[in-house]
Design a protein around this ligand. Structure first.
Ligand code: ZN
Length: 259
């Protein structure tokens, strides 16, 4: 990997991460957001992330591993193992670090500051694998164009930043402080990117496995962190529609930025 790739990847993750702060500024735009509005935005974000993990990481890595492998059974096994490794990695992190999902299956308002923070920690935690994915994508620049993944992650940071700020505000944190905290939490992504870029320095042979691993972590984030929080049981159809909107937008973006 060249120095330029490293710097590009880090800067891209910084920019994407800072968009979380832009989302946080949303609390200055409107006095109140409905829980359902926030959930729909996060559902769109989940769709974006689903498409991003498949099209920008999992599928290209699969193709690359098959192209370089001699035995399809061995290649497929190694690929599956790498995806599973990503899931296990982030799952372990999730178990080790205390955080909270709202029992109702919905985001806030959390009026208890401790609860609000435990929820914010959950979002902070999952920003690490997202940043890692950006770093990995840049490290795999020879195989994929990382731009669509970066755009997808940046876009999904907007509703997440807003959620962080709203949860903290509902727990009594001052408006500007809540918005600033959202900005700071966004900076976890460039940290993750450093990890991802470091990982990809292991040499060319490791790159497709790094992508598979990052794809696994992103999938875990969507399936275990975002969807269970937002997928309303009452508004199943609306939630599904929002997820598909995100998925289709990201599919379009992936094709447009393919080369
Ligand atoms: Zn996220």
């Amino acid at each position: 990997m060249t120095d330029n790739t490293f710097i590009d990847g880090f800067l891209a993750a910084c920019l994407a991460g800072m968009i979380t702060g832009v989302g946080g500024l949303g609390i200055f735009l409107k006095k109140r957001y409905l829980k359902s509005q926030i959930n729909q935005l996060l559902n769109i974000a989940a769709g974006v992330m689903l498409a991003a993990s498949f099209f920008s990481l999992l599928v290209p890595s699969m193709n690359e591993i098959v192209r370089h492998g001699n035995d399809i059974y061995v290649s497929a096994f190694k690929y599956a193992l790498a995806v599973f490794g990503g899931v296990v990695l982030i799952w372990t992190l999730n178990v080790l670090i205390p955080h909270e999902h709202n029992e109702m299956g919905h985001h806030g308002p959390h009026f208890d500051i401790k609860k609000a923070w435990l929820f914010v920690i959950a979002i902070t935690l999952h920003k690490l694998p997202e940043g890692l994915a950006v770093g990995v994508a840049y490290g795999a620049e020879t195989i994929i164009n990382p731009i669509s993944l970066v755009i997808g992650i940046a876009a999904h940071n907007i509703p997440e930043g807003l959620t962080i700020a709203i949860s903290l505000m509902a727990a009594g944190t001052k408006r500007w402080k809540a918005a600033f905290t959202a900005f700071l939490i966004g900076l976890v992504q460039p940290l993750g990117a450093l990890l991802g870029l470091g990982l990809m320095n292991f040499g060319y042979g490791f790159i497709p496995y790094g992508m598979a691993l990052a794809g696994g972590t992103l999938l875990f984030v969507v399936i275990n962190e975002i969807l269970p929080e937002t997928y309303g049981t009452k508004d199943n159809n609306k939630s599904a529609a929002a997820v598909f909107v995100g998925f289709i937008i990201m599919t379009y973006l992936t094709m447009v930025f393919k080369d």
